[in-house]
Design a protein around this ligand. Structure first.
Ligand SMILES: NC(=O)NCCC(=O)O
Ligand SMILES: [Zn+2]
Ligand SMILES: [Zn+2]
Length: 518
């Protein structure tokens, strides 16, 4: 099947230019100022429109079994919502239960996703327990047959997904060895568990307890700790759902010291805030329960967007993990039982355009970078994905920057009965979405086929992630002092009048000098 996109302005992360685009058999085969239509060619007019790489959402949880429930958006509804919003690839997480084989969990996720996806998808893998068997399976799943190149560690959800610091550290050593990216959910799970108990026993049972059990400091502390441990393991780190200024500052601190750390804000955190948790309508407040919580500081969404603009945060995702009102209401007497998670996969592109480009904070090229290209580079499928170029997959969105739409549960494609962005009017609308050469969304209608999306294996050793690591490693090698063997001497009584000699360090200790002053 062939398709010709005419008269549009192509936007990549590094350039914008007017050109036509010819697509054949799922690939972009020609880009030229003017391509003549030939008989039988479907022509899409993109006059006054941008022609952008389809969005890549690197953080979703379709049909995740979590907190006794299963997320409502499955791989069918979830990917339909994605393409309706201009996203043409998702990266979902395989999350084994504690002690479960990674291979068994992997097969389960592929079994769920392959027959249902309407767009391409890749997988990341969570490590929820630790031991030699897990380390061995990590190596297996990074092979081409499995196509995993990143592993996520939870420092929250005590007793469920959380790993201890030493497990996280060992996991990162293994990631570094396999040239796989470590990803982290950074919150202090142990302190959160204590605070939950305290709040409940003080009679705070509503959703306001959720945010009070997880103050921003606990996200910032865990982010700083994760970055520190990653630096010691010489392992690149990707911090998922950066929700607060403190967490972003921890990332910036380590990047200034040369660490390879990426920060991912999500649509929810860029467009809304934690004031909802204090809404007097219980159900309203419960809808926003996710972890880490939305920031209580109303200036945070704008600050996170500015950090994307400044290059201190790097790409956007959604953490799409949807539970409907009935599922949320299971926590009506106890906020710790409200299933955690919000929508985002359908609205991320419009929300980032509106709060970023329309607001004058980022330009269209940066928009493409933070919604698509950076994800393709980090997860090592660039330029197959994330670029409008000859030879790339024809994952393309015709974007109308001048159109607006009002987000609503009544028109969205999610499987839930509310939308956390309800009523928000956003500038920037995906008019046509093309997945590997097929139009899957046009004129406000889905034209999808279940199972038509493909699994995209993600190979390890992404350039943007690993190129600096070897030289950093040399600087971190342990230092050995060569000495003559120590010969024991008889101890003599100390001479009270002898001068005290203060020994000074002559070599930098492994891992560098701490900036903490005592
Ligand atoms: N974020 C959230 O609340 N739910 C999904 C699981 C996770 O990513 O932590
Ligand atoms: Zn998380
Ligand atoms: Zn998540």
């Amino acid at each position: 099947m062939s398709l010709l996109i005419k008269n549009g302005t192509i936007v990549n992360d590094d350039a914008m230019f007017k050109s036509d685009v010819l697509v054949h058999d799922g690939k972009i085969v020609e880009i030229a100022p003017s391509i003549d239509p030939t008989p039988g060619l479907e022509v899409v007019d993109a006059t006054d429109r941008f022609v952008i790489p389809g969005g890549i959402d690197p953080h979703t949880h379709m049909q995740l079994p979590f907190m006794g429930e299963v997320a409502k958006d499955d791989f069918h509804r979830g990917t339909e919502a994605a393409v309706a919003g201009g996203t043409t690839m998702i990266i979902d997480f395989v999350i084994p239960t504690k002690g479960e084989s990674l291979l068994v969990a992997y097969d389960r996720w592929r079994g769920w996703a392959d027959p249902k996806v309407v767009c391409d998808y890749g997988l990341s893998m969570a490590i929820t327990s630790w031991g030699p068997e897990i380390a061995k399976e990590m190596e297996m799943v990074t092979k081409a047959d499995y196509g995993i190149n990143s592993f996520k560690f939870f420092l929250a959800y005590a007793g469920v997904f959380m790993v201890r610091d030493e497990e996280f550290y060992q996991g990162m050593l293994q990631c570094a060895k396999l040239r796989a990216l470590a990803r982290v959910h950074a919150e202090n799970g142990a302190v959160i568990a204590e605070r939950c108990e305290h709040l409940l026993s003080s009679g705070i049972t509503g959703p306001e307890g959720h945010t009070q059990s997880r103050p921003e400091e606990l996200e910032a502390e865990a982010t700083f700790r994760a970055c520190t441990m990653a630096s010691q393991a010489n392992c690149p780190l990707y911090v998922v759902h950066v929700m607060s200024k403190g967490a972003a500052a921890a990332i910036a601190h380590h990047r200034k010291k040369g660490a390879v750390v990426f920060g991912e804000p999500i649509a929810a955190g860029l467009a809304t805030d934690g004031s909802h948790y204090y809404n007097e309508d219980w159900l309203h407040a419960a809808r926003y329960v996710m972890s880490p919580p939305l920031s209580r500081d109303p200036s945070t969404p704008n600050a996170l967007m500015k950090l994307l603009a400044a290059g201190e945060l790097h790409l956007t995702a959604t953490d799409n993990c949807t539970f409907d009102c009935h599922q949320k209401s299971l926590g009506k007497d106890d906020f710790t039982k409200i299933p955690n998670g919000v929508n985002g996969v359908e609205d991320r592109m419009s929300v980032v355009w509106d709060k970023g480009v329309h607001a004058g904070i980022i330009d269209p090229m940066k928009f493409v970078a933070v919604t698509s290209t950076m994800a393709a580079k980090i997860f090592n499928c660039y330029p197959q994905k994330g670029r409008i170029a000859v030879g790339s997959d024809a994952d393309i969105v015709i974007w109308n920057a001048n159109a607006t739409r009002t987000i609503s549960k009544d028109t969205h494609h999610h499987a839930i009965d509310f939308n956390i962005f309800e009523g928000m009017q956003v500038h920037g609308v995906p008019e046509t979405t093309i997945c590997r050469g097929r139009i899957v969304w046009a004129d406000g209608q889905l034209r999808t086929v279940q199972g038509a999306g493909r699994f995209v294996p993600l190979p390890p050793d992404s350039q943007i992630v690993f190129s600096a690591v070897d030289n950093r490693g040399k600087a971190l090698e342990p230092v050995k002092v060569e000495r003559a063997p120590y010969v024991a001497t008889t101890l003599e009584a100390p001479d009270a009048n002898a001068n005290i000699v203060v020994k000074t360090r002559s070599a930098v200790p492994p891992g560098g000098i701490s900036s903490i002053q005592f």
